[in-house]
Design a protein around this ligand. Structure first.
Ligand SMILES: Nc1nc2c(ncn2[C@@H]2O[C@H](COP(=O)(O)OP(=O)(O)OP(=O)(O)O)[C@@H](O)[C@H]2O)c(=O)[nH]1
Ligand SMILES: [Zn+2]
Length: 292
């Protein structure tokens, strides 16, 4: 006999067919998925039941607002998390920023309709205050300068997490792990790692985990974040990652103009007048070429 009431919760870890669900009224429970069709990922809001033997079974996954996906080592699409509300794009003076990757992360955030802020880490390594990210600030993406190592300006970063489900993205070596360690107290990471035993007591590891942080925030911790994949269904969607291009698009002669070599293209006209940055346009073009 199953518990007939409908319980709701959020998935915070997944280990194959088991994982951890946080019921809406608090706590953490190990769950099991019985149906082959249900494949929960962290961030999913689900229905669950308690069976007479005490087993918690996830019975339904609610339609997510968005999904974060990456390409695995075989080039296959793999969903990492659902219902992300914010991307923090971590950059640093070293390793040198890869602006194509940065623009791709911005496109991902726009396609997922979530907020994006740029975190300039390792400010302790630079003397001058100007930076290459003013353009992004002008486009409306907040830019915060910090040093995770020297603990400079961390409060604005902490405050960004309030009530958001956040994922940190960025090139290898920019300081993502260092920042995550500041945002999640070490003892908490350890407790969660220790408690990652399934119901048979076997120790398993979750590749992606969602940690509760203060003020109803969640932080998604996942490896391989560099291989995120923008879910582009139509070539015209690529301009959504380029606000300065998208805002001119309505002035192009053709409604389906993709601003490459069409006549009377408002974007190309703006480009010749230096009204949009060549680097951004070139990255737009690379993403368009990559899609075709
Ligand atoms: N100078 C300086 N170094 C930093 C700062 N933050 C992190 N680092 C160093 O940068 C290096 C890379 O940091 P990680 O946190 O491992 O970077 P990551 O982005 O997680 O790298 P991957 O795991 O490869 O994706 C380490 O040696 C850190 O100590 C900072 O604010 N200033
Ligand atoms: Zn155009």
């Amino acid at each position: 006999m199953e518990d007939s009431g409908k319980n709701i919760g959020k998935i915070t870890s997944v280990f194959g067919k088991t994982g951890i669900v946080e019921p809406t009224d608090g706590g953490r429970l190990y769950f099991l998925v019985k149906s082959q069709k249900l494949k929960p990922v962290v961030g999913d809001n689900v229905h669950w039941n308690k069976q007479s033997d005490g087993t918690i079974v996830v019975t339904k996954i609610m339609e997510p607002n968005n999904q974060l996906e990456r390409l695995n080592r075989y080039g296959q699409r793999q969903i990492i998390a659902s219902n992300v509300t914010q991307i923090l794009l971590i950059t640093a003076p070293l390793p040198k920023p890869n602006f194509l990757l940065i623009d791709k992360f911005i496109l991902i955030s726009e396609l997922m309709e979530c907020d994006l802020s740029i975190i300039l880490n390792k400010v302790d390594l630079v003397e001058k205050s100007d930076h290459q990210f003013q353009l992004y600030q002008q486009l409306g993406y907040p830019v915060i300068k910090i040093s995770a190592k020297k603990k400079i300006n961390l409060n604005p970063l902490f405050n960004l997490l309030n009530q958001q489900t956040t994922v940190l993205v960025g090139q290898s070596g920019v300081g993502k792990s260092t920042i995550i360690n500041l945002l999640i107290p070490k003892d908490k990471i350890r407790t969660e790692a220790l408690s990652n035993k399934n119901q048979k007591g076997k120790h398993t590891t979750s590749t992606t985990t969602m940690h509760a942080v203060k003020n109803k925030g969640y932080l998604i911790d996942t490896p391989g974040i560099e291989n995120l994949n923008p879910k582009i269904l139509d070539i015209k969607e690529i301009e959504t990652g380029f606000r300065e291009i998208a805002s001119l698009s309505c002035d192009c002669r053709y409604r389906d103009c993709i601003h490459i070599n069409e006549p009377n293209c408002a974007v190309n006209q703006a480009l010749t007048k230096n009204e949009i940055a060549t680097q951004r346009y070139n990255n737009y073009k690379k993403l368009v070429d990559g899609f075709q």
